[in-house]
Design a protein around this ligand. Structure first.
Ligand code: GDP
Length: 457
């Protein structure tokens, strides 16, 4: 890793400052060639590490920008290598020109994620922490951010290492007993191993249990609004989305584009599928039929069922009620500002879901809905003190593999297989867990993970 990389680390839009970051053994030499202090006398190359210097960037005799330069020598830097950061003016042109200048004098453009990759390869962070960096950057809500920051601090790594240690101890024990049967007895070992495997398996299972919540925390709760035409779905959707109509995603690959909007309620993201906005293909200007809503409801995490309280339930309602049976759902009794003919009690008697009286028109009841959702999915408050959340699908798959391998060990013990059978599956579990933190992972996977980063990180 002899080369020195450079990239713009901040967003490529006009802003107060822009940061150009260099990392690698030539960083100091390169900045020496392009930097001039105010009086022109400072030899920046010779300045101590972790200091900041005011001055100018020059390309030969041409002044490029007025800057602050930060020197951070390895190993005390993000990448673990000698690093120089140049704070210039945050104009796109200024940033580009500074970058071009350091490249001209010996740096090469960094690839996406290359800084974090170097941090990983230099042993500054493990793979789960590197992935947490991406998640911190992409966090869409407060909880996702907190959980990623925890992972960045090494929360996932810590549990995984503990489980791996227990497993490798057992492998070592079996191997040494087989090597030296005279001194190390393996009689009755199966029983002891069975206990240990069961303990570690349940730790893995506990981690896997958090993956559902973890996924929702990171990606949001997939939510669908259903209800008969005119019940007030669009009105409620608009009310919920409100001013936050910020993140709009098109889901391709469907017969028509479905609008999905992410809204954040008290730090929890809801990914709202806007079925209310979907019209029939044959240009009949009518609301989405209950049939189509059913399709979306099938794989939703949450269904918001809007009931028009001012008119009696009809066959559309009956059909919706029957499909809600084993779903997570909240019933929104809408239009409570009008005279009501459908009562809360009558709905409660028919369905085992919470019923919340609301009025989209008068903007009533939305706060109760928000609290309800939080209670349903995260049991009120999320605590981040000790719970480790698995939010990464790659980690989840690796944990599942490890669990399967431990189950095979249990089978082998039950079938009284010879001991060396145990160690093969124990080893597989050990390696699957290792892949989470980046031990025993192939180069391809490492490249794949870091390619998800933006340039400059
Ligand atoms: P959708 O077909 O389910 O999407 O229903 P809309 O949101 O388009 O609403 C249908 C009609 O009901 C519109 O005229 C709304 O203004 C009205 N409406 C929606 N919510 C309320 C409410 O809470 N109170 C009253 N009085 N009217 C409402």
């Amino acid at each position: 890793m002899a080369d020195t990389i450079a990239a713009i680390a901040t967003a490529m839009t006009a802003s107060g400052i822009g940061i150009i970051r260099m990392s690698g053994p030539e960083s100091r030499k390169i900045v020496q060639k392009v930097y001039r202090s105010k009086g022109g006398r400072k030899q920046i190359e010779k300045e101590p590490s972790h200091t900041i210097h005011y001055g100018f960037i020059y390309d030969g005799e041409e002044e490029i920008d007025e800057v602050l330069v930060m020197l951070m020598d390895g190993p005390k830097s993000y990448t673990g290598e000698d690093t120089v950061e140049i704070d210039c003016h945050g104009g796109v042109l200024a940033m580009k020109r500074v970058l071009e200048t350091v490249i001209k004098y010996g740096a090469r453009p960094a690839e996406p994620g290359e800084y974090t990759k170097r941090a990983f390869l230099n042993g500054r962070i493990d793979l789960s922490q590197a992935e947490a960096v991406i998640d911190v950057i992409n966090a869409k809500n407060e909880y996702a951010l907190k959980s990623s920051l925890n992972q960045l601090k090494g929360s996932v790594q810590k549990v995984i290492r503990e489980i791996r240690e227990r497993i490798i101890y057992q492998i070592a024990y079996i191997e040494s007993a087989l090597d030296d049967p005279e001194h190390i007895s393996i009689d009755g070992y199966g029983e002891a191993l069975e206990k240990e495997v069961s303990v570690q398996k349940s730790r893995i299972e506990r981690l896997l249990e958090t993956a559902g919540e973890g996924k929702m925390m990171k990606e949001g709760i997939k939510t669908v609004i259903v209800g008969k035409p005119n019940a007030g779905k669009s009105s409620l959707m608009n009310l919920l989305v409100g001013e936050e109509r910020a993140i709009v995603t098109d889901i391709a690959g469907t017969t028509r584009d479905i609008l999905e909007e992410t809204i954040v309620l008290h730090g929890i993201s809801l990914r709202m599928i806007d079925t209310a906005g979907i019209r029939d293909t044959e240009d009949r200007v009518e609301q989405i039929g209950v049939g189509r809503a059913k399709e979306y409801a099938k794989d939703a995490d949450l269904i918001l069922y809007v009931v028009d309280s001012s008119i009696p339930l009809d066959e559309n309602d009956e059909e919706i009620i029957s499909m809600l049976e084993d779903k997570k759902a909240v019933i929104l009794l809408n239009k409570t500002d009008l005279e009501t003919v459908v009562s809360e009690e009558s709905l409660r008697m028919r369905m085992n879901h919470p019923v919340i009286p609301v009025s989209a028109k008068e903007e009533q009841g939305i706060d109760v809905l928000e609290k309800q959702i939080k209670d349903m999915f995260f049991e009120g408050e999320l605590s981040f003190n000790d719970e480790v959340y698995i939010t990464n699908i790659r980690h989840k798959t690796a944990l599942e593999d490890a669990k399967k391998s431990l189950e095979l060990v249990e089978n082998s013990i039950a079938m009284q297989m010879p001991e060396d059978f145990f160690s093969i599956d124990l080893m597989n579990a050990y390696e699957s867990l290792g892949s989470i933190i980046g031990e025993s992972v192939g180069e391809d996977l490492v490249n794949e993970i870091f390619s998800k980063f933006c340039t400059g990180k």
